[in-house]
Design a protein around this ligand. Structure first.
Ligand code: HEC
Length: 145
């Protein structure tokens, strides 16, 4: 009887010890898991932003490249004037009719064409590589009027 009881007591004690050990080891395990890296590891590759999550106005649609064309005067003063104001290397001078008259006779289309390709001492596009054909035409009109 005494023996039976003590075996039962020992078994109960062992069960309690196992139980307590399991309980605490689980507690320790839970605490030891670094949840931040765990979240990193299970985080989906893409993220979905729902309306209201962020200010959608921050994401701007690509701005359409609308380069405002410069006026003939702007192109002339910034580029052409360096030669055409004083007639560098025989360039027809700004507003000087004798210089331009024979050229105007050839027609605007031809002057634009020649300006684009360059002529004599004048480099292509009169050095204005960013100028559109229309801007060059406007500059010529400004110089010849
Ligand atoms: C580096 C100096 C230089 C610059 C800058 C320059 N030109 Fe000239 N341009 C000349 C010279 C020199 C001539 C005369 C070429 C010739 O007749 O042999 C000329 C001639 C012209 C002619 C007459 C071409 C012809 O067939 O007779 C036009 C039009 C003209 N330039 C437009 C322009 C315009 C527009 C610009 C500015 C975008 C410009 N040029 C900038 C030097 C220049």
């Amino acid at each position: 009887m005494y023996f039976k009881n003590s075996v039962a007591a020992i078994i109960i004690i062992i069960i309690i010890i196992i139980g307590v050990d399991a309980f605490f080891s689980r507690l320790i395990k839970i605490n030891s898991v670094d949840t931040s890296t765990l979240e990193d590891r299970i985080r989906p590759l893409g993220q979905v932003y729902l309306e209201g999550d962020i200010d959608v106005n921050v994401i701007k649609a690509p701005v359409a490249v609308t380069t405002k064309s410069r006026s003939g005067e702007e192109v002339y003063t910034s580029v052409c004037a360096s030669c055409h104001s004083i007639g560098v290397a025989g360039a027809p001078k700004f507003g000087v009719k004798v210089d331009w008259a024979p050229r105007i006779k050839r027609g605007m289309a031809d002057l634009v064409k020649v300006t684009i390709s360059g002529v004599g001492a004048m480099p292509p596009k009169g050095t204005c590589m960013t100028c559109s054909d229309d801007e060059l035409k406007a500059a010529i009109e400004h110089m010849t009027k």
